[in-house]
Structures are given as structure tokens and as C-alpha cells.
Design a protein around this ligand. Structure first.
Ligand SMILES: Cc1cc2nc3c(=O)[nH]c(=O)nc-3n(C[C@H](O)[C@H](O)[C@H](O)COP(=O)(O)OP(=O)(O)OC[C@H]3O[C@@H](n4cnc5c(N)ncnc54)[C@H](O)[C@@H]3O)c2cc1C
Length: 496
């Protein structure tokens, strides 16, 4: 067999999860023969644009992209949420939750078409063999033996082989779908519609600051480069600015709670009219239009894969599962799945027994994704549209993330990314606490709906946080948020 068809590792998908895997493997062992199969000729823009603290750490400190990110992308300023009631008429009347100052731990708003191209370029410079454009069609697994992939390209159809396959094909999830490993999460029926837009107003522009001086002065940081979330009952929308002036704007909704506007109008027009029913979006999108050909729709976003690894194949990034884009955890998941996939391949190629490593891999990631969903996302869409509930829930979620998750790589280094969220025993109690308050807030939201008080504080309230640090100092604000939750329970949780 000619050398170019036989590899140590074949990677399906050359975007972030795939190229990062290649880069990390080659950094450890430059002699490895790594092939990357990528079907696109160039990466289009796509979702996965807001990094958070863990994915920011992975891109900057693990992959070494800090300089590139600073020069070519935007520094992110945390998350911000905007609420409204039917009486809310203008942006400053919308209740707001967000940071008062700039963020203290780095993260970026990234254009994936340029970021992924750079990571792939670096993987090729490091020695990866790139097949592009080339589409992986079929994967034949031989546990413990040689795996084969049928690939179509301009050269026709060929069969490539490798000891290991890393499936980084994103939502395509080629291996998981072919093997019947992919399970839609039917407890979480969410749909998304999004586009890149031109003409979106800058949240910090002078016109807004002059028209609404008190509103402008309330935030001492920068609102525009945050991920701004416009929130309604059962849905939320993201506003993510990209370097160069375009803005990614999209909505995610719970299919059980939101009736999406159907009709003959183009999807982009319906997206705009849906969003502009909210005064914050109406102001910011007044002059904006979705870029032609860039309006996307995806139903049933959430799925898990079981197993995530077997002897000869391991899944990374979206190919290994997806929960929800709220709070932008996708690239955190990618950071963990990629780090550990690389570890699995590296150790088994060095001669360690495969079975125990594969078993531990599956146990850890199954527990992680199931608990992550349970602790943070189950029934979240029931209460995210209520300012008071989200103010408490967001502080708790963010504080727990800083205390238990973000603190780990900053304290222990990149090795901390081998252990995905909620996979280690010390996370048992935080997991139960998070699952409990999320469940309780959902229950309280239903009571509020029955009493007609849901979202009452969505008008003219503002809550600006000073920002958290990834250390014990975050314990105090978390404790305060727990007390706010308990006070809420006393006021209305157990009320008949
Ligand atoms: C609505 C929505 C919003 C999101 N927002 C965020 C966010 O703000 N922040 C965040 O962190 N995450 C977000 N995510 C998740 C985000 O998409 C993922 O974190 C990230 O893009 C996954 O990257 P990846 O490399 O695994 O897959 P992808 O970026 O999907 O890349 C897969 C690659 O595989 C290639 N490929 C596919 N099939 C084949 C084949 N058969 N042969 C060869 N190549 C193939 C594709 O061309 C592509 O290049 C969002 C997801 C959704 C659905």
C-alpha cells in the first residue's frame, strides 16, 4: 500500500476539533503519520463563535493562539441579558443583567472561518497530511486492528487506513450515525435559526449614549463585545460581533413553548420580525439585514453519543455530542473531548493497554454530558425569560463554573482538561446542588405563570455584576446567590 494511504491516525473533519487534535498529537510526537480529511475547500463562517473561559484557555494557552486571537478576532466582554414585558417600549426600559466592568479572564468572539483555517494551517506545518476537498463516506471499524475510511475526492474514491480514527466531523457525526451510537435528546427539543448580519447597531455607539445617557453611563465596561442575549419566554437570541463589522445573530427556542412564525416570507425576514418583537432587538437590528445565503436553521439540537470511544475510534467536538448553545459551552466540550482523545491515542500508540483507557473514556464523558445537561440545561427554557429567576440562576451557574471548572486549568495547567466537567467525585455535591436549584427555579417559574407574575420584573431593572475570579473569592457571591434563591423559596417556593 503506498504510504499516503496508510496512517497512524486519520482525522475526519479539519476544523477546530480535528486540526487541534492533529496539532496536539504532532506536538507530542512529530513522527506520527496523521491524515486529515476535510470536505470543504475553505471553511465558511459558522456557529461556535463565542468562546468562554475554558475554551478561551484552550485556544490561547493550550493551542498557543493568544497573539493570533488578539490580532484577528475580538476580545469578549462576558455575557449580558435583556428582558422585556409588553409595556417595555425602548432599549433602556429593558431589564438588564451583565457585567459592570470589563471581563477579568480572557475569552474571544471568533470568526470560525479564519480561526479554523489558522489552526488547520498550523497542523499542516506541524506535519499533518491534508486531503482537501475530500469527503469521508464510509468507516469500517476493526476493533484492535486497522480501521479503514472510504474517501471521495477529485482523484476518485480511495480507501485509507489507520490504527486510530478521530471523528471530528461536527454535527455530521459520521461515525456515531453510521454505528447507531447517536441518540437525540428528546427531553430537550430545541431549534435554532441564525445568520450573519450587516448594519447591526453597536451597543456602545454615541447616538444611543446621547439618547439614553443614564442607560449609557450605567455600564462602565463595553456592552457591544459581550455576547448580548435578548431573552423571551422559552427562547433567547445571541448577538455576537465579529471582527470586520458583521454580527452573528440567532435565536434558539424550546419547541414546546414557542410557535415559530411560519409563512411564505423568507426565513431571514421571519427571523428579523420574530426578534424585533423585543424592544432591545428592535433597536439594535433597526437597520440590519441578514447576509444573503447565510440564514441557517437546525431543529433538535441536542444529542449524545454512546460510546464516545472504542478500540480504534474516538469522537471529538460536536461529533461526540451537543447539549445547548446557551452560555456557549460547545467549545468547552470540544476542549475536553479533544484533549482526552489525543491522550487516549497517544497512550495506546505508546503501548498502554487499550481497554481500560477506552472504558474510562466512556464512563467519564457519559457521566459528564448527562450531568451537564441535568445540572444546567434541563427545563432551563421554562425560566430563562424571567429577569429575577435568571438573575439568580445566572449568578449561581456562573459562580459554580468559575469555582469548580474555570479554576482548574488556571491552577493545575492544561492537564486539567483531561477530566471533563462533572466527571470527578468532588463534583458530586456541586452537581446535586446545581440540578436542585435549576429544578426549583423551573418549578417556581410554573407557579409564577399560574399566578400571572412570570416576567413581572422584566421592565426597568438593572443588575450589574463586578465580575468573578477563578478562585475562592467567588465563594462569597455564590453564597449570596444561594441566599437569594432560599429567600425566593421562602417567599413563593412553598407557598400553596
Ligand atoms: C445554534 C448554535 C450556536 C452555537 N454557538 C456556540 C457558541 O457561541 N460557542 C461555542 O463554543 N459553541 C457554540 N456552538 C457549538 C459549536 O458549533 C461547536 O462548539 C463547534 O463548532 C464544534 O466544532 P467541531 O470542530 O467539532 O465541528 P465543526 O465546526 O462542525 O466542523 C466539522 C468539520 O467536519 C467537516 N466534515 C463533516 N463531515 C465530513 C466528511 N464526511 N468528510 C470530511 N469532512 C467532513 C466539515 O466540513 C467541518 O469542517 C453552537 C452550536 C449551535 C448549533
Amino acid at each position: 500500500m503506498p504510504p499516503s494511504t496508510s496512517f497512524d491516525v486519520l482525522i475526519i473533519g479539519g476544523s477546530l476539533a480535528g486540526s487541534a487534535s492533529a496539532l496536539l498529537l504532532l506536538r507530542d510526537n512529530p513522527a506520527l503519520r496523521i491524515g486529515i480529511i476535510e470536505k470543504s475547500t475553505h471553511f465558511p463562517r459558522r456557529v461556535g463563535e463565542a468562546t468562554v473561559e475554558v475554551s478561551g484557555y484552550f485556544l490561547s494557552r493550550v493551542l498557543g493562539l493568544t497573539g493570533f486571537l488578539n490580532e484577528t478576532q475580538l476580545t469578549k466582554q462576558g455575557m449580558r441579558f435583556w428582558f422585556a414585558t409588553p409595556e417595555t417600549r425602548s432599549l433602556p426600559e429593558c431589564s438588564e443583567v451583565g457585567g459592570r466592568y470589563l471581563a477579568r479572564v480572557p475569552a474571544w468572539q471568533v470568526d470560525r472561518s479564519t480561526l479554523d483555517e489558522e489552526v488547520l494551517r498550523r497542523a499542516v506545518v506541524a506535519g499533518a497530511h491534508l486531503l482537501r476537498p475530500a469527503k469521508a463516506r464510509n468507516v469500517q471499524l476493526a476493533p484492535g486492528g486497522t480501521q479503514t475510511v472510504t474517501v471521495e475526492s477529485a482523484n476518485g474514491t480511495e480507501t485509507l487506513s489507520a490504527r486510530w480514527i478521530i471523528d471530528a466531523s461536527g454535527f455530521t457525526a459520521l461515525v456515531a450515525r453510521q454505528q447507531g451510537w447517536l441518540r437525540p435528546n428528546t427531553d430537550h427539543p430545541t431549534t435554532a435559526c441564525w445568520a450573519r448580519w450587516r448594519g447591526v447597531q453597536d451597543w456602545d455607539n454615541l447616538d444611543l449614549a446621547r439618547r439614553f445617557p443614564e442607560w449609557g453611563a450605567a455600564c462602565h465596561g463595553i456592552r457591544n463585545t459581550a455576547t448580548n442575549h435578548v431573552v423571551g419566554d422559552g427562547w433567547w437570541a445571541w448577538f455576537i460581533p465579529l471582527r470586520g463589522g458583521d454580527t452573528s445573530v440567532g435565536v434558539v427556542f424550546d419547541q414546546r413553548r414557542v410557535q415559530w412564525p411560519e409563512g411564505p416570507a423568507p426565513l431571514g425576514d421571519r427571523l428579523k420580525s420574530f426578534l424585533c418583537a423585543h424592544p432591545a432587538a428592535a433597536e439594535i437590528l433597526r437597520e440590519a439585514t441578514p447576509i444573503d445565503g447565510d440564514v441557517k436553521w437546525r431543529a433538535q439540537l441536542a444529542y449524545t453519543c454512546d460510546p464516545i470511544a472504542s478500540d480504534g475510534v474516538v469522537l471529538a467536538g460536536d461529533a461526540a455530542g451537543f447539549i445547548d448553545p446557551f452560555y456557549s459551552p460547545g467549545m468547552d466540550w470540544l476542549s475536553y473531548t479533544t484533549t482526552r482523545a489525543v491522550e487516549l491515542v497517544r497512550r495506546t500508540l505508546a503501548g498502554e493497554p487499550v481497554a481500560p483507557l477506552v472504558n474510562a473514556h466512556n464512563t467519564d464523558f457519559n457521566r459528564s454530558i448527562n450531568r451537564w445537561f441535568d445540572a444546567v440545561y434541563r427545563d432551563k427554557y421554562a425560566w430563562m425569560g424571567d429577569y429575577e429567576l435568571l438573575r439568580i440562576g445566572f449568578q449561581l451557574d456562573l459562580g459554580m463554573y468559575y469555582l469548580g471548572v474555570v479554576s482548574q486549568p488556571f491552577r493545575d495547567g492544561p492537564g486539567a482538561l483531561r477530566d471533563p466537567v462533572f466527571s470527578l467525585p468532588p463534583s458530586n455535591i456541586p452537581y446535586r446542588l446545581m440540578a436542585t436549584y435549576n429544578r426549583r427555579l423551573a418549578r417556581i417559574s410554573e407557579k409564577r405563570r399560574r399566578r400571572g407574575t412570570f416576567g413581572q420584573a422584566n421592565h426597568k431593572q438593572r443588575y450589574l455584576l463586578n465580575g468573578f475570579l477563578p478562585d475562592r473569592s467567588t465563594g462569597k457571591p455564590v453564597l449570596r446567590a444561594i441566599l437569594s434563591w432560599l429567600a425566593l423559596e421562602l417567599r413563593e417556593g412553598w407557598r400553596p
